[in-house]
Design a protein around this ligand. Structure first.
Ligand SMILES: C[S@@+](CC[C@H](N)C(=O)[O-])C[C@H]1O[C@@H](n2cnc3c(N)ncnc32)[C@H](O)[C@@H]1O
Length: 457
């Protein structure tokens, strides 16, 4: 049976294929791409359907802990990976039904009946799942009948309660004994869409007027940061195509100003793709930027971003921890080390990260971060500044690293920096850091860690 692409059933099937990809270890954007290729969706022509599949997949992955626990409760014999994922998509929609009003579900406004009916149609339409259409029907109906008892049964399961892996919760509890619950809750909050205004071209106030003329509302939340009241596709955002604005979280917008660049400086952006911070650096002064990125495909995105902004940088595909492979021997005035990390501070934007990461990844990342910064240090001029950034909220990748760098890097003076920014809050000051004289902090941002070191002149 062929389903119309604008049907919920078709979109649930696409989302199920994407969710299965994440379950098998693929990052969600790639898993969605793979799923829509499988369904032979044309990128441009079928944009609305792709958007709907993406929305369902993100909603499901946010609730993966709960939906997986429910499937385990409801299904005695594993029905197959795609059926499992289809059940997860349907259950995620049903779980979004507001307490007291189960007739309407989530933003889509689908009734419970529609969700069940469309999930069964989705199962029936696909050879790999058709055998399980009866099971899908029975499982979802049982969930609706026994919802309270089932939710009580999974309530003791931490992964189901918080939609976070147990090891992740342990890290949060150890690091933030007083606020780990708020942090765990925050991962499922929908993040704002925040823009960075290129103030070389227009002021934030001028841009807010442009937005208003286009019928969009925004608020200034930083020197260049504008938070949109509602998210829009970038193609509809005024000034995006021409580089007047870029999409960048307000916490990420601190990185470039912390480099304190001035005209004529040589700046190394050491882990640069997709180039968000490269572009920002170039908007702040007339500088020469060398952008190093180890992943060639991702490096191509730096070129795309800079072309949109009408900016230039020297882009090198290389390993930041092996400068002898690519460095020309001329030292830099500034180094931005936006190192690879757990990404535990940006989970609300990338809900798949928590399921893809393993606890054992953290120690490997900590070592890689140390290797990169230690190797880059000799590339810095005396008097130069290195800014260390992670989008992590785990102290092992933040303050503990900064203390290690302070002790290990020769001639390093620790400068003021925001330290640990927790998602959605003001900066949390950490040992050895404070914000005197630093850029003011926006109020709604992802989680980041910032430290700065100057090389003794
Ligand atoms: C946090 S992201 C950088 C984000 C970027 N600075 C921005 O603002 O758009 C880290 C990047 O480092 C790259 N990377 C990981 N290991 C690296 C290495 N050893 N050398 C250079 N780049 C690396 C990753 O591929 C990834 O693109």
């Amino acid at each position: 049976m062929r389903l119309p692409p604008d049907s919920l059933a078709f979109q649930m099937l696409g989302a199920a294929a994407a969710v299965r990809g994440v379950h098998e270890g693929t990052a969600l954007p790639q898993a969605i791409e793979d799923a829509t290729n499988l369904l032979r969706l044309d990128r441009v022509r079928d944009a609305a359907t792709r958007g709907a599949i993406q929305d369902l997949a993100y909603r499901t992955v946010r609730q993966f802990g709960a939906t997986r626990a429910l499937v385990t409760q409801l299904v005695t014999r594993p029905p197959g990976a795609l059926v499992d994922s289809l059940l997860a998509v349907a259950l995620a929609l049903l779980l979004e039904g507001e307490e007291g009003d189960r007739s309407k579900v989530g933003r889509g406004g689908y009734s419970d009946f529609t969700v069940v009916d469309q999930a069964v149609s989705a199962a029936a339409s696909e050879p790999k799942t058709a055998h399980a259409r009866g099971l899908v029907n029975a499982v979802l109906r049982r969930f609706l009948r026994e919802r309270k008892a089932l939710m009580d049964a999974i309530a003791k399961d931490e992964e189901a309660r918080w939609n976070l892996p147990t090891w992740w919760l342990e890290q949060l509890r150890a690091a933030y004994p007083d606020r780990w619950m708020a942090l765990a809750e925050s991962v499922n909050v929908r993040p704002p869409m925040t823009l960075r205004v290129n103030t070389k071209r227009l002021s934030v106030d001028e841009y807010l007027k442009e937005l208003a003329n286009a019928g969009m509302a925004g608020t200034a939340i930083g020197p260049q940061a504008v938070r949109l009241v509602r998210a829009f596709p970038v193609s509809q955002v005024p000034g995006f195509a021409t580089g007047d604005v870029s999409v960048q979280d307000a916490g990420a917008q601190l990185a470039a100003p912390l480099c304190e660049v001035a005209d004529g400086m040589r700046v190394l952006d050491a882990c640069a793709a997709p180039g968000g911070k490269t572009g920002h650096l170039l908007e702040l002064a007339d500088i020469h930027v060398t952008a190093v990125e180890s992943d060639a495909e991702r490096a191509a995105r730096i070129h795309e971003n800079l072309a949109r902004l009408d900016q230039r940088a020297e882009v090198i595909v290389g390993d930041a921890s092996r400068p002898k492979d690519w460095w020309d021997g001329q030292q830099f005035d500034r180094i931005l080390a936006d190192v690879p990390c757990s990404a535990s501070g940006i989970v609300r934007r990338h809900p798949d990260i928590r399921w893809l990461r393993r606890e054992s990844d953290i120690a490997k990342l900590v070592n890689e971060q140390r290797r990169i910064v230690s190797q880059l240090w000799s590339l810095l001029k005396p008097g130069g500044i290195l800014v260390y950034v992670t989008c992590s909220i785990f102290p092992t990748e933040g303050e503990e690293q900064a203390l290690w760098f302070g002790a290990q890097l020769p001639d390093a003076i620790r400068l003021q920096a925001p330290g640990q920014l927790l998602p959605g809050t003001k900066a949390q000051e950490t040992a050895g850091t404070n914000m005197a004289g630093q850029p003011s902090l926006p109020s709604d941002h992802d989680g980041f860690y910032y430290a700065r070191f100057q090389k003794r002149a």
